[in-house]
Design a binder for this molecule. Structure first.
Ligand code: PLP
Length: 340
């Protein structure tokens, strides 16, 4: 039965679906997959995830194609990053097969919530790993919960594929140079909230972070990676505090495939003046084209869109990548898996 959802007006708010899946880690091993409809977790108030941030997550999407089939994108990369995040805060790694089983089970069981083709909406998949042992001293947990829930989501930005403005924030960092910026843990998001709020209070979509050590180079663009176009070259920052985005990696591979050059290197703030296009990339929005970047300290504004439209290469990359994800364009990379 089709759920009573207005597919065209979905936001990113929580919607209860039919099932979520859970696996407990205890006595040094992973248990069996459990399926439940309950969307709460019984959690001890002294759990390590609550107090000391022992928590990592992933974000993926399932897309329904014109053929009605449901596709997931590069899940092996999410599985690998999830293991890396776990390692970074001393949690047990979820094996690749278990990750795959949990994700595909959650998608299959909630198939009726995968939005129809053509609505721009998709099924967001949220794997989560938390420490659940009650420990008040600062130690890693003994027991863990891995869970996967899904929800239908609309396009990240309501206005669609339109340029958004960013503001450079120097006052706050989201991560330290040798901290946890390169792994997907909730603590980084908590640390970044003030910067986002500051940028948004001044009318910008999000904050552009600089490298936390020298404040000389571009780091993350809000909760997404930054990229820019210079001539026929795709340029994206190299930094220890950036989360390696799978979307960014895919765009780089796509660029090479389409005949563009790719450079991953530190990007000094002054170089912003030399780019013709810029964008932020991540699973949620795929690409958010950047209209302009404001730097309060130098009172400079770098402009990448004058007519309210995204640049040519940004648009080409967006159309090609989303085309592969929706199954409209042939996938020469083997990135897409059909969930039957
Ligand atoms: C998840 C995330 C991204 C985007 O990664 P994708 O794999 O492309 O979704 C970028 N930056 C941060 C900080 C993130 O948490």
């Amino acid at each position: 039965m089709e759920p009573n959802i207005d597919w065209k007006n979905l936001s990113f708010n929580y919607i209860k679906t039919d099932y979520n899946v859970r696996v407990h880690y205890k006595d040094g091993q992973w248990g069996k997959l459990e399926v439940t409809s309950w969307d709460y977790i019984p959690l001890h108030m002294a759990a390590t995830s609550l107090h000391y941030g022992q928590e990592a997550f992933e974000g993926m999407k399932a897309y329904r194609g014109k053929d009605g089939k449901v596709r997931i994108f590069r899940w092996q990369e999410n599985a690998k990053r999830f293991r890396n995040s776990a390692k970074g805060i001393l949690m047990p790694e979820v094996p690749e097969e278990l990750f795959h089983e949990a994700v595909t089970t959650a998608v299959r069981l909630n198939e009726r919530f995968v939005p129809p083709y053509g609505t721009g909406a998709s099924l967001y998949i949220r794997p989560l790993l938390i420490g659940i042992s009650p420990i008040v001293g600062v130690h890693p947990s003994h027991e863990y919960l891995f869970l996967v829930f899904v929800l239908p989501v609309g396009p990240y930005f309501k206005g669609g594929f339109k340029p958004q403005d960013f503001m450079i924030i120097r006052k706050y960092d989201r991560a330290a140079p040798l901290g946890t910026g390169n792994i997907k843990v909730g603590g980084n998001y908590a640390a970044g909230l003030r910067a986002t709020e500051m940028a948004q209070s001044k009318g910008y979509a999000n904050a552009l972070f600089l490298d936390p050590k020298e404040k000389k180079y571009i780091d993350e663009a809000g909760p997404a990676n930054f990229f820019a176009i210079k001539g026929d070259t795709y340029v994206t920052p190299k930094s220890q505090s950036i989360l390696p985005s799978i979307t960014n990696n895919s765009l780089q591979q796509l660029c090479k495939h389409l005949g563009y050059k790719v450079e991953q290197r530190p990007i000094p703030v002054e170089e912003l003046a030399e780019f013709t296009e810029a964008g932020a990339c991540g699973t949620a929005a795929v690409i958010t084209p950047i209209g302009k970047i404001f730097d309060e300290e130098t009172n400079k504004t770098y402009i990448y869109s004058k007519d309210g439209k995204p640049g040519k290469i940004t648009t080409e990359l967006y159309n090609t990548l989303t085309g592969i994800q929706w199954g409209d364009i042939e996938d020469p990379f083997g990135w897409v898996e059909i969930v039957d």
